[in-house]
Write a protein of this length. Structure first.
Length: 283
């Protein structure tokens, strides 16, 4: 029930971005309301979100409403790399600090926030960089799993964030076989293959996608290739709330979620506060 206001707000925001036609915006709201009324209470919010976004794209005849916004935030993230590198270089534990940096970048989420709510990225990074991770996993446990892993499935989340993810992979995972997965088609401001264009990735990185338009990785609706990689990888890193929600109980060891808690329901589930950095196991 708590998810319904957010889903309605998402439909309003997407409608404003997707079309300037007020009539179409009203049609979007009417159809979304009808869908929410008949949603079964046991359906995951991420599934409801996927259906709502499908309504917006169809009625607005706009397959990627956030395309220009994604490009803007990819540029902003590139501009932040010197700041991030300086933070990492000046820290006592480079891996821990780098992990915080890529988790803080998960704040770039227009599904959780309206377009005018995100605020100053640099200031958020400065504020949160000294914060400790919350959640069920200690950093040392994650670091040990990372050290022993030869193959990693790295499931990305948002635009902008993906730029720092790639920088992290290049800097800290160069000795691993990395499968970097993005969304199968545009959804919200989530990263797709287009966001990776022009990023020089090393030969140890294979780009793939979920084969799905969900705003998070759902094994039941993802491609066979994604599921096979998920099962075979020594370590799985899930970025963002959407992937945390979508995977659910991981069904295997060494699956870790990294995200900023942006939702009171998720925060209660994890045992943290809004805007906390989370390192945990999904489920």
């Amino acid at each position: 029930m708590e998810c319904y206001p957010c889903l309605l707000r998402l439909a309003v925001d997407m409608g404003k971005i997707a079309t300037a036609d007020e009539g179409i915006r009203w049609k979007i709201q009417h159809e979304v309301l009808r869908k929410i009324i008949v949603f079964q209470k046991d359906r995951a919010p991420i599934v409801m979100g996927r259906e709502i976004q499908s309504v917006v794209r169809r009625l607005a005849n706009n397959p990627d409403p956030y395309r220009d916004i994604k490009r803007e935030y990819n540029r902003k993230a590139r501009d932040m790399i010197p700041f991030v590198d300086a933070k990492i270089a000046g820290s006592d534990n480079r891996l821990l600090t780098a992990l915080k940096m890529i988790t803080i970048a998960n704040i770039i989420d227009f599904g959780a926030f309206g377009l005018n709510q995100l605020g100053d990225l640099i200031e958020f990074f400065r504020t949160k960089s000294s914060s400790d991770f919350k959640g069920a996993v200690r950093f040392e446990q994650f670091a040990q799993s990372l050290r022993k892993a030869n193959s990693i499935l790295y499931v990305a989340d948002n635009c902008g964030e993906i730029i720092l993810d790639c920088h992290f992979i290049d800097s800290f995972l160069a000795d691993k076989k990395v499968y970097l997965s993005v969304r199968g088609t545009p959804v919200l401001n989530d990263a797709t293959r287009e966001d990776l264009e022009g990023i020089p990735l090393q030969e140890n990185v294979t780009i793939m996608d979920t084969g799905d338009d969900s705003p998070g990785a759902i094994l039941e609706t993802s491609s066979d290739a994604f599921n096979e990689t998920y099962e075979a990888a020594d370590l799985v890193i899930l970025k963002g709330q959407g992937n945390f929600e979508g995977i659910g109980a991981p069904g295997k060891e060494d699956v870790y979620s990294l995200f900023v808690a942006k939702c009171p329901v998720i925060a209660r589930h994890v045992g943290c506060e809004i805007n906390d950095l989370v390192l945990t196991i999904p489920g």
